[in-house]
Design a protein around this ligand. Structure first.
Ligand code: NDP
Ligand code: MG
Length: 392
């Protein structure tokens, strides 16, 4: 029986994880769950999974959940704040931590799981983008296991040779083909991108996800973050990661070997597939996702990415080349710009400009320690907000 901590349990990935877990009650035990402020969602999960611990990172929400849990005499202990997140991610009785908090807020708890030597099921790509070198170093030093949840990276992981890959070249790999659906605005006339609404941006053609990653998919910053994620996870150079637009989201990514073989992982676009893969790894379990019917799919299309329509991918590549704190700045500025768009304070088409302006305003420092990364994150948020306010 594997004991789990689910960080970001009330979110899209968190709920999909708990669905897979619920269908395999003899394989998994939920020891801890966390959320930010969604008290009623957490109360439902406490009733269903009876975890030992539940954490609300917002203090007032923790108080409310505690009263509700006590009123129903549930066995769950309530913790609060970032310290609570870190505590449950490192509990000795936890085997695997699903890192599914959205954004930079996930960095410290996810890093704590790595430092405690856990199996880290990584959905929170922003943690890796911000502090990839520090994060992979912690994984190595503390003998943690990193299993990718992001569907593309999970696909690549499944197509790689077994065992630790030191460098792609040493494993006979030529390149990684990272597939991208192109999001909801792949064919929208460029002139209309200034006036698209948050609702349109969050209406992804293939995936049902949280708001932030949905907007990232619409700008394709998500693919930019994923290029960086792939470089850190698989010891790849930027040149070894190529983005291929594949609107059906049936092939979740591919690995090309030097002999000309290309291995791909296919499946229904349903996050329960990569989640079940990582939860059971190296075994296999049912995920509950519908099986892929290729005859119904009929056709698979591939096309190059439109670099003019989607400048965020190049911004991400440039930040990775700049190194140091640049990727933390990219991530923070993007989070601020996406939040402003969702609150209708910034047009969709201005998101890349805010990120670019923040990167060019700030000095890029070596990311030698966590304090420097967190300071860059904080400063980039202030700088990005200033660019948004001064835009008019
Ligand atoms: P959601 O927005 O659906 O859920 C986010 C979760 O994080 C919620 O449980 C939320 O709690 C919690 N949370 C939000 N803010 C904070 C905070 N400041 N401190 C602590 N917890 C917080 O996100 P998704 O599930 O869509 O995405 C989660 C991560 O997985 C992201 O990094 C995303 O990029 C990645 N991912 C997601 C995929 C998907 O299909 N959704 C696919 C691939 C990767 P509350 O409900 O209380 O706000
Ligand atoms: Mg993805």
């Amino acid at each position: 029986m594997k004991s789990l901590c689910v960080l970001g349990a009330t979110g899209s990935v968190g709920l999909n994880t708990l669905q897979v877990v619920q269908s395999q009650p003899h394989q998994f035990r939920v020891v801890a769950i966390t959320a930010h402020s969604n008290v009623s969602g957490m109360l439902d999960l406490c009733r269903l999974h009876k975890p030992d611990f539940a954490v609300m990172s917002a203090g007032d929400a923790a108080l409310k959940l505690e009263q509700a849990v006590q009123a129903e005499a549930l066995p769950t202990k309530i913790l609060s704040g970032e310290q609570g997140l870190i505590e449950v991610a490192s509990l000795p009785q936890v085997d695997a931590v699903m890192a599914a908090i959205v954004g930079a807020a996930g960095l410290l708890p996810t890093l704590a799981a790595a430092k405690a030597g856990k199996q880290v099921l990584l959905a929170n790509k922003e943690a890796l983008v911000m502090a990839g070198a520090l994060f992979t170093q912690a994984v190595e030093e503390h003998a943690a296991t990193l299993l990718p949840i992001d569907s593309e990276h999970n696909a690549i992981f499944q197509c790689l040779p077994k065992g630790q890959v030191r460098s792609l070249t040493q494993s006979g790999i030529k390149r990684i083909l990272l597939t991208a659906s192109g999001g909801p605005f792949r064919e929208t006339p460029l002139s209309q991108l200034a006036t698209v609404t948050p609702q349109q941006a969050c209406n992804h053609p293939n995936w049902d996800m949280g708001e932030k990653i949905s907007v990232d998919s619409a700008t394709m910053m998500n693919k930019g973050l994923e290029v960086i994620e792939a470089c850190f996870l698989f010891h790849a150079t930027l040149e070894q990661v190529e983005v291929v637009v594949h609107p059906q989201s049936v092939i979740h990514s591919m690995v090309e070997y030097i002999d000309g073989s290309v291995l791909a992982q296919l499946g229904s676009p349903d996050m329960r597939v990569p989640i079940a893969h990582a939860l059971a790894w190296p075994e296999r379990i049912h995920s509950g996702a519908p099986f892929l019917d290729l005859l119904k799919v009929g056709q698979l299309d591939f096309m190059p990415m439109d670099e003019i329509r989607f400048p965020c991918v190049q911004l991400a590549r440039d930040a990775f080349i700049a190194g140091g704190t640049a990727t933390a700045i990219l991530n923070a500025a993007n989070e601020v710009a996406v939040a402003a768009f969702l609150e209708e304070r910034l047009p969709f088409s201005c998101i890349p400009a805010v990120v670019e302006a923040s990167l060019s305003t700030m000095e890029i420092l070596p990311a030698n320690n966590l304090e420097l990364v967190l300071a860059a994150d904080q400063e980039a948020r202030a700088v990005a907000n200033e660019h948004i306010v001064n835009r008019q």
